[in-house]
Design a protein around this ligand. Structure first.
Ligand SMILES: Nc1ncnc2c1ncn2[C@@H]1O[C@H](COP(=O)(O)OP(=O)(O)OP(=O)(O)O)[C@@H](O)[C@H]1O
Ligand SMILES: O=C(O)c1ccc[n+]([C@@H]2O[C@H](COP(=O)([O-])O)[C@@H](O)[C@H]2O)c1
Length: 279
């Protein structure tokens, strides 16, 4: 809790960011506005975490480019950061594990672990060993009151993707909404409130799910931006100028790049073979 009695929140947005658009940045602003307007929260940080190349979604260009563009996009923000951990993992990492990783980072920050590397490593090991209910890199961190709350920030399409058969593990959904929380921005074509009402687990944790209404309805998506780019149509003002310059400089997003991973049909679907397949 802050001195004024407000709970600190860190917002984590996970996605392809292929490429990052102004709407992705706006999501953070909308979410912060909404949460702070409740009088209960103070948003202290936003984190952008891009999926690694192992996600193998069709048209997904190299993580190094997507991360670079995200860094250019947040250049003018004093509270949104880009984190490279997820994008650097050799295999695709489920979102629940990404959240665990970031929560552990917040615990470390709170404990002021800023000493030399060896001490840092030893202390980190200690945190993981004492706080974990299971072993390994992706073990569950113990939740702490003195650490900011970490909430997943997403569009309503991600919330609706929870119901795609065999895509998300049910226990991951329960962990995300039960232990951490979700801030969901409405998106054309998705009815977040109805979706929450229809899902037992989402309904159970509905107080942990903040649905933020985007009154400026839009159909902007990275898919649309990529399509326009490969057709030579303008995308100016849909994404920051610096991102557009980067795309032009590196000749990104062509008919050829859109065929990347074309032979792979939704990689996460293939990876998930049941609850026992975790980590
Ligand atoms: N127009 C939008 N309104 C609300 N949320 C959005 C919008 N565009 C993207 N998001 C959200 O941003 C996050 C990251 O999205 P992602 O990088 O997958 O973008 P996308 O535009 O949906 O991509 P793609 O078109 O490649 O599927 C997701 O949570 C997604 O729901
Ligand atoms: O954790 C999961 O089971 C899971 C299943 C499907 C998608 N996700 C994540 O959801 C995000 C969706 O991004 P995108 O570009 O496919 O819309 C991305 O960060 C994925 O890692 C996560």
């Amino acid at each position: 809790m802050e001195p004024q009695g407000r709970t600190k929140v860190v917002l984590l947005a996970c996605g392809s960011f292929n490429p990052i658009t102004n709407i992705h940045l706006r999501m953070f602003e909308l979410a912060r506005d909404y949460l702070e307007d409740t009088g209960q929260y103070i948003v202290v940080k936003g984190i952008i975490s891009a999926v690694g190349d192992g996600y193998k979604k069709k048209g997904l260009i190299e993580a190094s480019h997507r991360v670079e563009m995200a860094k250019l996009a947040i250049d003018t923000s004093d509270w949104i950061k880009v984190d490279t951990w997820e994008s650097q993992q050799p295999e695709w990492v489920e979102t629940a594990k990404v959240i665990r990783h970031h929560y552990k980072e917040l615990v470390s920050e709170e404990l002021n672990i800023d000493e030399v590397d060896t001490v840092k490593y030893t202390k980190r090991r200690k945190i993981e060993e004492t706080d974990s209910t299971s072993e390994g890199l992706f073990s569950y961190p113990k939740m702490r009151d003195n650490v900011p709350q970490l909430k997943l920030l997403c569009g309503a399409d991600v919330l609706e993707s929870f119901s795609v058969p065999n895509l998300w593990k049910p226990e991951d959904i329960a962990e995300i909404v039960g232990r951490y929380g979700l801030v969901c921005i409405t998106r054309t074509g998705c009815d977040a409130h109805r979706f929450i009402h229809q899902s037992d687990v989402l309904w159970k944790h509905r107080k942990n799910i903040h649905v933020v209404r985007e009154w400026v309805t839009n159909e902007i998506s990275a898919t649309h931006v990529r399509r326009a780019l490969r057709r030579g149509q303008t995308v100016r003002y849909l994404l920051p100028d610096a991102v557009l310059s980067y795309i032009q400089q590196h000749g990104l997003y062509s008919a050829e790049s859109e065929q990347k991973n074309a032979e792979v049909i939704l990689a996460p679907l293939q990876r998930y073979t049941g609850p026992s397949s975790s980590s």
